[in-house]
Structure formats: structure tokens, C-alpha cells
Design a binder for this molecule. Structure first.
Ligand code: RI2
Length: 303
């Protein structure tokens, strides 16, 4: 898919989910590289950067998207072999697929037989944990609707299709349900992880986490390391996407509406982040950025 078309589909959320949009960007850039007739490396790279920017600008919050684009640019700058470049992009994409499977396996060990687990929105990564756990354990999943785009319906449908007992609730029923249904755990995905271990996820996640803490219910976040944000080490904040208020309802005379798509949950409200490299406390996010990606405090300051 051409970068402009891919960006359009990402913006409209026809293609959505933090990992899916990153993988779509990888596919789109691989196609761009394969189709490019540009023989001059400088001009080729300029074109690739432009395509990358179009994709990055599609949605501002999930860093998986710019991280994936930047990785392709890094590879492209360091090779003249475009066939090899496309092969490496595909390999990176497969790595992300393996990451989800691994998170599913690792995370499912934290789920116990008989658990009732609440999830918010639709995270393929969180779902991988639930589906893996359901293979060997009896679990019951509570899904929030996740207004205004109702991604919770997708989660509920997928779980029901897999034969997992599932209950759908409205977003404002989280506190009551946590107690009524004796929820044992909360599991969510993430769009971005800050270097201090805060997570950005679908709007409402921080409220769910707050209620979970009040009820002493552990919160698990299932998230690939691709979603860790290196720029936050240097104090950069991640923009929270404000979407069209038309997603909420028709305009009301004299009423202003706000439609933020994400919120930030501080690390104190999250018990663990399940990554493909293992389960970590959220405060270890800096270590992932340092040890896996080589981003080290003090060494990356621009003069
Ligand atoms: P996976 C989604 O954002 C949700 O916030 C979800 O928790 C997160 O991306 C991670 O999704 P949106 O695209 O990568 O629905 O785990 O706005 O699928």
C-alpha cells in the first residue's frame, strides 16, 4: 500500500492498534523501496524520508509507528542493497509477530485457573495473553465498550469466537463490576511506554487502573519493546491525540466537546509490563531503552 493511502487508513482508524499501524508502515515502506526506480542514493533516501514522514504524521501517540519508520531509515542509510533492505524489513516484521507470541506465552503464566480478567479497548498483545491462557485455564474476561470507537466489541467478539466466556460492560461500570464480578486482574495493551514506566493507552485506562488499585487488583500491561519511547529520556512528551468530536455524537448547540484518544497511567498503578524479553516492573523501562536500544542518559544530548 502506498504511504499516502496507508497513512489515510491509519488516520481514519480503518487500520488501528499500535502494533498494526507500525507493521502497516513497514509494509508500505518495503513496497516503496521495491518500487523505487531512483538510482541516486541521496534522492532515494530523501524520497524514503518523505514517505516515512507521511506515515509518522498519520497518528501522533503510538511510538511504535515512528520507531518502525526510524528503524527502516536507519537500515536504508547503512546499505546500498535494496533487496537486502526489504528482506531485513520483513525480518523485523516477523520479529514483531514472534514478540506477540512470546508475550502471550510469558503473560499467560501470570493468569490463574478461574481468574476473572478485565480488559479495556482492543489490544492484540493483551488478547494474545488471554487467548494463550484460555488454552489451558478456565478464565472469564470482562471487556469495556471503550467509547467512542467501541474497540471493546472487537475484543469481546474475538474472545467469544475462541470460546472464552466474556462479559461486555459500559465504560462507566468498571468500578461496580470490579467488585460485583470479583475481578482478579486487569490486562491492557499500550501505545507508548515512557522512560519512567508510565504507559499511554486508550483513554480510560488510567481510570481503570485507579479503580484496580483501590480494589487491590493487579494491572498487567502487555507491550512489545517497540512501543518504548526513547525520546522521552530527554524529556520529550508524547502528544495525546485529540480526535474529531464527531466520533462522540452530533454537535449540541452551546456545548463544547473533547475527544482525547489516550491517557497516561503512572507507573505506580501498573504492576508489571509483559514484554517479549520478559516481565518487568514499569520502573525498568529505562533499562530496556538502554540495554536493548543503546539509548543512554547523558550520551545522547545534542551539543
Ligand atoms: P496493540 C490501541 O489504540 C489501544 O490503545 C490498544 O490498547 C493499543 O493500541 C495497543 O494495541 P487505537 O489504535 O498493539 O485503538 O496491542 O487507538 O494491538
Amino acid at each position: 500500500m502506498q504511504p499516502t493511502l496507508a497513512a489515510k487508513k491509519i488516520r481514519s482508524m480503518e487500520i488501528r492498534g499500535a502494533l498494526k499501524i507500525a507493521v502497516t508502515a513497514l509494509d508500505s515502506l518495503a513496497e516503496f523501496i521495491s518500487n523505487s526506480k531512483e538510482t541516486d542514493k541521496k534522492r532515494f533516501l530523501a524520497g524514503l524520508r518523505k514517505a516515512g514522514k507521511i506515515l509518522k504524521d498519520a497518528r501522533p501517540t503510538a511510538v511504535s509507528l515512528p520507531n518502525a519508520v526510524d528503524y527502516v531509515l536507519f537500515l536504508a542509510e547503512n546499505t546500498d542493497d535494496r533487496v537486502e533492505l526489504v528482506r531485513k524489513i520483513k525480518e523485523y516484521k516477523n520479529e514483531q509477530r514472534r514478540a506477540i507470541d512470546r508475550i502471550g506465552q510469558i503473560g499467560s503464566r501470570r493468569i490463574e485457573d478461574g481468574d476473572t480478567i478485565l480488559t479495556h479497548c482492543n489490544s492484540k498483545t493483551a488478547l494474545a495473553v488471554l487467548l494463550e491462557a484460555a488454552k489451558t485455564k478456565d478464565i472469564h474476561v470482562v471487556c469495556t465498550e471503550t467509547r467512542p470507537r467501541n474497540q471493546g466489541y472487537i475484543t469481546a467478539r474475538e474472545l467469544a469466537k475462541a470460546g472464552v466466556p466474556v462479559t461486555l460492560i459500559i465504560d462507566s461500570a468498571v468500578r461496580r463490576t470490579m467488585k460485583e464480578l470479583e475481578v482478579d486482574k486487569v490486562i491492557v495493551g499500550a501505545d507508548t511506554v515512557y522512560s519512567n514506566g508510565s504507559i499511554i493507552n486508550k483513554i480510560g485506562t488510567s481510570q481503570v487502573a485507579l479503580v484496580a488499585q483501590e480494589s487491590k487488583v493487579p494491572v498487567l500491561c502487555a507491550c512489545e519493546t517497540l512501543k518504548f519511547a526513547p525520546q522521552t529520556l530527554m524529556g520529550e512528551l508524547i502528544e495525546i491525540e485529540e480526535r474529531d468530536v464527531g466520533e462522540i455524537r452530533k454537535p449540541m448547540k452551546g456545548v463544547k466537546m473533547l475527544n482525547p484518544a489516550f491517557d497516561v497511567t503512572p507507573p505506580g498503578y501498573i504492576d508489571v509490563i509483559v514484554t517479549e524479553d520478559g516481565i518487568i516492573p514499569p520502573y525498568m523501562a529505562y533499562q530496556i531503552l538502554r540495554d536493548k536500544f543503546g539509548w543512554e542518559l547523558g550520551k545522547m544530548m545534542k551539543p
